[in-house]
Design a protein around this ligand. Structure first.
Ligand SMILES: C[S@@+](CC[C@H](N)C(=O)[O-])C[C@H]1O[C@@H](n2cnc3c(N)ncnc32)[C@H](O)[C@@H]1O
Length: 213
C-alpha cells in the first residue's frame, strides 16, 4: 500500500473516529442478522478475526459478548482506543491488514465490515489469499463490499473535516476475487440500510474456505 493512501485512511479515521461512531447503530439490523448467520456456523469457543474493526461497535463487541475469542485489527490508533472501551475482552492489534502475518489456520472465522473498500484494490487479491490461508478448513469469511467500482478520494468526507480514500471493484469482480483466492460463495445479497450519511446499499457476502483446502 502506498504511504499516501495509508496516511489518508489512517489519519482520516484518527481524526473522524468519534463522528463515524456517532453514525453507528449498535443494534444495526443488517449487521446483527449477518452476525447471527455467521455465529450459527461456529462452535462456542471459536476464534474470530475482525479486520478493520474500527471502534468495535457493533461487530467486535457483539462477537466478544457472544463468547467468541476475538482479535480486532485496525491501523487507526484512535479507533482502537475506542474499540478497547467497547469490547474489553477482545485482543487488539494495530496493523495494516495487508501486512499481517498469521500462521495457516489460525482462525475459525474472519469478518471485515466496511473495511476492505479502503484497501487499494490491487492489494485486495493478495489480502483475500491471506485470509483464506489464516482460516481453518470450512471456515467462514463474512464481509460487506461495494456494489460498484470506484477508486478515489473525498476532500472533506461528510463535512467532518478530513479527507478519506476508497478503492474498490464492483459486484462481479469482488466475487471473482474471492473465488480466485479459493473461497466458495455461500450467499451474496445487496442489502440497503443506514450508512454514515444517507441509506447505503452494500453487497453482503458470506464465503467459506472449502473443507479440503
Ligand atoms: C468504515 S470503518 C468500519 C469499522 C467497523 N468495521 C465498522 O463496521 O464500524 C473502516 C475501518 O477500517 C480501517 N482500515 C481501513 N484500511 C485498513 C487497513 N489497510 N488496515 C487496517 N485497518 C484498516 C479503518 O481505520 C477504519 O477503522
Amino acid at each position: 500500500m502506498s504511504w499516501a493512501h495509508r496516511r489518508t485512511v489512517e489519519s482520516g479515521y484518527d481524526q473522524m473516529a468519534e463522528q463515524y461512531l456517532a453514525t453507528k447503530d449498535p443494534e444495526d439490523p443488517l449487521a446483527l442478522a449477518a452476525l447471527e448467520d455467521l455465529a450459527s456456523l461456529l462452535q462456542q469457543e471459536a476464534t474470530v478475526l475482525d479486520l478493520g474493526c474500527g471502534a468495535g461497535v457493533p461487530v467486535t463487541r457483539w462477537l466478544a459478548d457472544r463468547g467468541f475469542t476475538v482479535t480486532g485489527v485496525d491501523f487507526s490508533a484512535r479507533q482502537l482506543e475506542l474499540a478497547r472501551q467497547h469490547a474489553s475482552t477482545a485482543t487488539f492489534i494495530r496493523a495494516d491488514m495487508t501486512e499481517l502475518d498469521f500462521g495457516p489456520e489460525t482462525f475459525d472465522a474472519v469478518v471485515a465490515f466496511s473495511s476492505i473498500i479502503h484497501v487499494p484494490r490491487e492489494d485486495q487479491p493478495a489480502l483475500l489469499e491471506s485470509i483464506h490461508r489464516w482460516l481453518g478448513p470450512g471456515g467462514p469469511f463474512l464481509a460487506n463490499w461495494a456494489t460498484g467500482e470506484w477508486d478515489g478520494e473525498e476532500e472533506d468526507w461528510e463535512d467532518w473535516g478530513a479527507p478519506m480514500r476508497w478503492s474498490h471493484y464492483g459486484w462481479e469482480t469482488n466475487l471473482e476475487m474471492l473465488r480466485n483466492a479459493g473461497f466458495e460463495i455461500v450467499s451474496t445479497e445487496a442489502r440497503t440500510g443506514k450508512g454514515s450519511g444517507d441509506d447505503e446499499t452494500w453487497l453482503w457476502i458470506l464465503a467459506k474456505k472449502p473443507l479440503d483446502k
